[in-house]
Design a protein around this ligand. Sequence first.
Ligand SMILES: *Cc1c(COP(=O)(O)O)cnc(C)c1O
Length: 404
Amino acid sequence: MLDIQKIRADFPILSQKVNGRPLVYFDNGATSQKPKVVIDAISKYYEEYNANIHRGVHTLSQLATDAYEVSRKKIQDHINAKFSHEVIFTSGTTHAINMVASGISTMIKAGDEVLVSALEHHSNIVPWQMLCERTGAFLKVIPMNEKGELVLSEYDKLLSDKTKIVAVNHISNALGTINPIQYLIEKAHQYGAAILIDGAQATPHLKPDVQALDCDFYVFSGHKICGPTGVGILYGKEEWLNKLQPFQGGGEMIATVSFEKTTYAELPHKLEAGTPNIEGGIVLGTAIDYLNEIGFENIATYEQELLDYATSKLIQIEGLKIYGTATNKTSVISFNVAKIHPYDIGTIIDKLGIAVRTGHHCAQPIMDYYSIPGTIRASFAFYNTKEEIDIFVDALIKAVSMLS
Ligand SMILES: *Cc1c(COP(=O)(O)O)cnc(C)c1O
């Protein structure tokens, strides 16, 4: 059992007042809040051992390099990658997906096919469209159903020898659907296609095992898992990362440089050109330690409780419709009330100290599917409480009565 009050005390921001009311932060799908250990680790880096990494012989540079590499190892253990050089630091999920979409372009030719799903975040659509434009490949879309689940029989039909890569999210940010990625991965491999899993929305709730999953790429962002912004991870199988064309050239990623020819460094450096977000990389390890101390099983159990509680309360509100009712879903509730614009509700409840996301959630195709401009999205984390859900539901009822 989690001691939620003790956990909440780890997050300084949660005791703030917003617009004169205690903050109720239900926008965890957009970014998580940060515990004090993470905030302190950032200061500690700048106060005690700030230096550039992988180059200096001096003490501070070695301290920083060691801390950076220790963090890489932590992330390797966390996702159970086979080698630490399969863990590439990026600036986030978006950067990681672009690295793959750009890096495999030399292996894609006109007429090939790239598969994404109807449930994707724009970050996992646009880079693949750009790849298709450059190469003459075609983008195909795995459809979804009314509940917000992927239609697997259609996926089976879309796969063929032309399919070169499949890119799907582990969990949908807009609806909370947990996709059957094990199945998607196995099927893609039957056709010799590579598969990238966008884990940005999954890693706050569960611990992925990339070897058990057997995915070729798995990507996620630090800021959604209690870490700093501007850092993320590209995991790739060694053979795939070796095949990827570097996205950027520059310092750090080379073995030798002359004007006639440059040779690339070994992994992971080949894919990490330039000075990285050193403090971000180091502190991502701190964030992962923090989450593992709380325990992902505890997190999942508690968040399920919050989801069930909030769902049972919300469905009692007249005219409220929840989008995304998949059997397997995480602690995200997307909804609208009657014909009221989500933005109007969001604005009123913000005045009451409540932070939710309103709009299309960077997933316009999902909104198009339901023929709506957007939704209100409440997304819960392990530091939220049932009392906060009560405050939220009361505020919502008030907003609805003001607007209808
Ligand atoms: C947040 C998110 C992204 C984009 O992550 P950035 O940190 O903005 O790069 C991509 N996919 C999903 C599913 C997300 O939730």
